[in-house]
Design a protein around this ligand. Structure first.
Ligand code: PNS
Length: 160
């Protein structure tokens, strides 16, 4: 059984994240999507809300499970029995940050493999932060996020 972890903040999950999860689900037997608590980033959605949105967005992908974590990624991967970490790569700006994390994770846990999946062109410049900004200013983000996230963003900003 080949199990991979897809970690991230997922604040909220976008269509770009979903694309990476769907592609990874073709490559591994089981995928655990792992939203990090990420307190430092003061997320818009609570950890519970991010978990619920990922669960709803991925409910048609049977090999995908969702489990949040708060601590080192390498420790969580070991705890979950995952042998690989999958990350999406978008524009060149992602490289430095992703390479640094991958290099450090290799030092901490040499047996944990990191696999990058290239984003297709339509998601190259898509990020949760841009989606939040557009939604906050009343823009339509329907094409950038799963339907459940579009609804959640409307509710979030209607009550703010
Ligand atoms: O979606 P993001 O914000 O790019 O996700 C970053 C995340 C959560 C994958 C990264 O910050 C992480 O792995 N955090 C867990 C803490 C950890 O292991 N830090 C050391 C990484 S070298």
């Amino acid at each position: 059984m080949k199990r991979a972890l897809i970690p991230g903040t997922f604040d909220p999950i976008t269509s770009g994240h979903f694309d990476v999860i769907a592609r990874a689900s073709q490559l591994f037997d089981e995928i655990i999507v792992a939203p990090a608590a990420s307190i430092k980033k003061s997320p818009l959605f609570t950890l519970e809300q991010r978990v619920a949105l990922i669960e709803e967005a991925t409910r048609d992908l049977p090999c995908v499970k969702v489990a949040s974590f708060d601590g080192l990624l390498v420790d969580f991967a070991k705890e979950m029995g995952a042998t690989a970490v999958v990350k999406g790569l978008r524009a060149i700006t992602d490289f430095e940050y992703e390479f640094q994390m991958t290099a450090m994770n290799y030092q901490l846990s040499p047996e944990l493999e990191t696999v990058f999946i290239m984003s297709p062109p339509q998601y190259m410049y898509l990020s949760s932060s841009i989606v939040r900004e557009i939604a906050q200013m009343g823009g339509n983000v329907e094409q950038f996020v799963p339907a459940c996230v579009n609804r959640a963003l409307k509710e979030k900003y209607a009550t703010k």
